[in-house]
Design a protein around this ligand. Structure first.
Ligand SMILES: N[C@@H](CCC(=O)N[C@@H](CS)C(=O)NCC(=O)O)C(=O)O
Length: 304
């Protein structure tokens, strides 16, 4: 095994990438019982446009019409050894203000409370859910991205997609042994193959309307051909090679407001220029050409 892991503290002895736990997991609630009531103007979201986990929270903020309620700061796409930065500030300042002993990786997304001046959450899963369910009185109750009667199934599919696809591409890309890489990479494609079949008869993962699982998957699919195929060596197939996943990706991309949340320049520059252990030259590839505006013809799968 080579010793040059991208994140040495998150590497197992057999060369696997084992992601750190989220440190801040307080909840903003509609009724304020947590001490953090869902009111307009109190919270601030810090994101990177490159990061798939942050991207999920940007999409939910947009779909739930929370852009005025929850202002957002976009960090620079390139990190140096001092971490994420915006203007003359570093994201680490927010972490250290909340916990002076914090020694983990400083990650996006971050939901910051302007009143107590601390990080409420650095968990994208939790931030998505808060935006989906707790801000209905100040945002928009529709679309319902976490419908009550589907919650068990949504949670189950989220878990598979997280482990094998969302984090799966990172497990492949950050592996430092051939065995760990192959195991993770094959699992990525096993799940993508299954999802492609599932999407042969359904417009979205759970039927006629997208739910949070679709957006959780979207953020990985949109980065797949430009980044994960090359940079993370997930190259058995491209999304563009999948008959159903490719149309599904275009369908989601063409939903009003979504294309504006996708910044391929930040995405490509971030991955290829920041992970210097896996791309030491920092050269950013010129391709691929993409055709995400092409008709997707998936309306035919809708019941109405
Ligand atoms: N578990 C976090 C994951 C966030 C994460 O890993 N973000 C990456 C960017 S894609 C990051 O900020 N990395 C900072 C670093 O690697 O130092 C979440 O759920 O939000």
């Amino acid at each position: 095994m080579r010793s040059t892991a991208q994140f040495p503290d998150e590497q197992s002895d057999d060369g696997r990438f084992v992601r750190q736990e989220d440190r801040f997991r307080t909840w903003v609630t509609a009724d304020g019982r947590s001490g953090f009531p869902a009111v307009a103007g109190r919270y601030h979201l810090y994101v990177s446009l490159a990061c798939p986990w942050a991207h999920r929270t940007i999409i939910v903020r947009k779909l739930k019409r929370l852009e005025e309620t929850i202002p957002m700061t976009v960090v620079d796409p390139i990190r140096d050894e001092r971490g994420w930065r915006y203007g003359s500030h570093f994201l680490s300042e927010l972490y250290l203000a909340s916990d002076p002993r914090y020694r983990g990786r400083v990650t996006v997304p971050v939901l910051w409370d302007r009143e107590t001046k601390r990080v409420v959450s650095n968990s994208d899963d939790d931030i998505m859910r808060m935006f989906e369910t707790e801000f209905n009185a100040v945002g928009d109750p529709l679309p319902d991205l976490y419908p009550y009667d589907l919650r068990t199934e949504i949670d189950a599919l989220n878990a598979v997609i997280y482990e094998t696809v969302n984090d799966g591409v990172y497990r492949a890309g950050f592996a430092t042994s051939q065995a760990a890489y192959e195991e993770a990479a094959y699992r990525v494609f096993a799940t993508l193959d299954e999802l492609d079949s599932r999407l042969a008869t359904r417009r979205y993962l759970f039927g006629d309307v997208p739910v949070e699982t679709d957006w959780r998957l979207f953020v990985t699919l949109i980065r797949f051909d430009p980044v994960y195929v090359g940079h993370f060596k997930c190259n058995l197939r491209r999304i563009a090679d999948y008959p159903n996943l490719y149309g599904y990706l275009r369908d989601l991309y063409q939903i009003p407001g979504i294309a504006q949340t996708v910044d391929f320049d930040h995405i490509k520059r971030h991955y290829y220029m920041t992970h210097d252990d896996i791309n030491p030259t920092g050269i950013v590839p010129i391709g691929p050409l993409q055709y995400l505006e092409l008709p997707h013809q998936r309306e035919r799968l809708s019941a109405h």
